[in-house]
Design a protein around this ligand. Structure first.
Ligand code: HXC
Length: 292
């Protein structure tokens, strides 16, 4: 059963703020990215999520579409972010069927636990390719659409609203890269991911200063330990989690909704002047020893 609204986005946001906008998301069938997209769809957006697994991706798209009656959510499988041609084709289909791309979430990631000595060169390369090259490919394939969106959003009014109250369209041409905090604190058996996420942070910063002058913003969301995610359930060792919980300043894991709220903040006009930064959503964990 699809989650209740309160599970994936806070009530503080106004319905319709993303009316007539389109979000393109890689890794969109994952727990965190699907919550981000669900929140945006609830608030008016249409969406395209892509992933490697066709049934997982299309089923998730169908599930997300229930967040708002009349929404359009495309799920495109067999997309490997390491292959530029896959992404280019998916982005073109998104633009053709949904009318453009206004927001991007580069969320696809690869991960497993392995000590440095047991990583093969290909294992290291696989994670770097998914995280860094995949994020770059996502940026490159969507950039022309994002720039088009920036120029049209400054001149156009929304063509429809879902409520009787007029809601101005959110400013557009925005990208969020999903990173992590483990390259601040380090975690055993995660060297490959630490290296890759540091690269993702750097890519966002470069995008922010190169394309800020054209009206496009680029930021990173760095989730900390978020309950119910693959990162916590498959990829965290019990001893690291227990140690981390003891040091958590807020004394609890985060919720996917808290990542979705950060996404709405950055994509809506509340994020207008936020560019080239990392929004860490981790309850302060990375500041203390043992936080993940
Ligand atoms: C050592 C491993 C390994 C392991 C794979 N490899 N798993 N090495 N320990 N547990 C090696 C393989 O032996 C191979 O090297 C190389 O990695 C590539 O593996 P393949 O299976 O051929 O690659 P591929 O099918 O492309 O899979 C990519 C993957 C996989 C990254 C290895 O785990 C994956 O697709 N994951 C996607 C989903 C995912 O991980 N999501 C997590 C997101 S959560 P050789 O030398 O044998 O060829 C997240 C949270 C971040 O990112 C924050 C964490 C705290």
């Amino acid at each position: 059963m699809p989650p209740a609204k309160n599970d994936y986005v806070s009530d503080v946001w106004k319905d319709g703020i993303f009316n007539d906008r389109v979000v393109f998301c890689t890794g969109g069938a994952g727990t965190i990215c699907s919550a981000q997209v669900r929140a945006l769809v609830h608030l008016g957006a249409n969406a395209c999520i892509v992933g490697r697994n066709p049934s997982k991706t299309t089923n998730m798209a169908q599930d997300i579409s229930t967040a708002r009656k009349g929404s359009k959510v495309l799920g495109i499988g067999n997309v490997d972010v390491r292959k530029y041609a896959d992404l280019e084709a998916a982005v073109e289909r998104c633009a053709r069927e949904l009318g453009g791309v206004d927001y991007v979430i580069a969320g696809a990631a690869g991960n497993f636990l392995a000590p440095i000595s047991q990583l093969s060169p290909n294992a290291m390369k696989s994670v770097i390719d998914i995280d860094i090259l995949g994020s770059y490919n996502t940026l490159k394939a969507t950039l022309p659409h994002l720039l088009r969106s920036v120029s049209s959003s400054s001149t156009s009014a929304p063509t429809s609203t879902t409520s009787s109250t007029y809601v101005p369209p959110a400013p557009t041409g925005r990208i969020i890269f999903i990173s992590a905090t483990i390259h601040y604190t380090t975690l055993p058996f995660q060297s490959h991911v630490s290296v890759a996420k540091a690269g993702v942070d750097a890519m966002s910063a470069s995008t922010a200063i190169e394309y800020g002058p054209r009206g496009l913003t680029s930021n990173v969301i760095a989730p900390g330990p978020i309950g119910g995610t693959e990162g916590m359930e498959r990829l965290s060792r019990k001893e690291d989690m227990e140690r981390s919980m003891k040091g958590m300043p807020l004394g609890r894991w985060g919720k996917v909704k808290e990542i979705a709220d950060a996404t709405v903040y950055l994509f809506s006009d509340t994020g207008d002047y936020v560019n080239g930064t990392v929004v860490v959503v981790d309850g302060g964990a990375w500041r203390v020893s043992g936080g993940s």
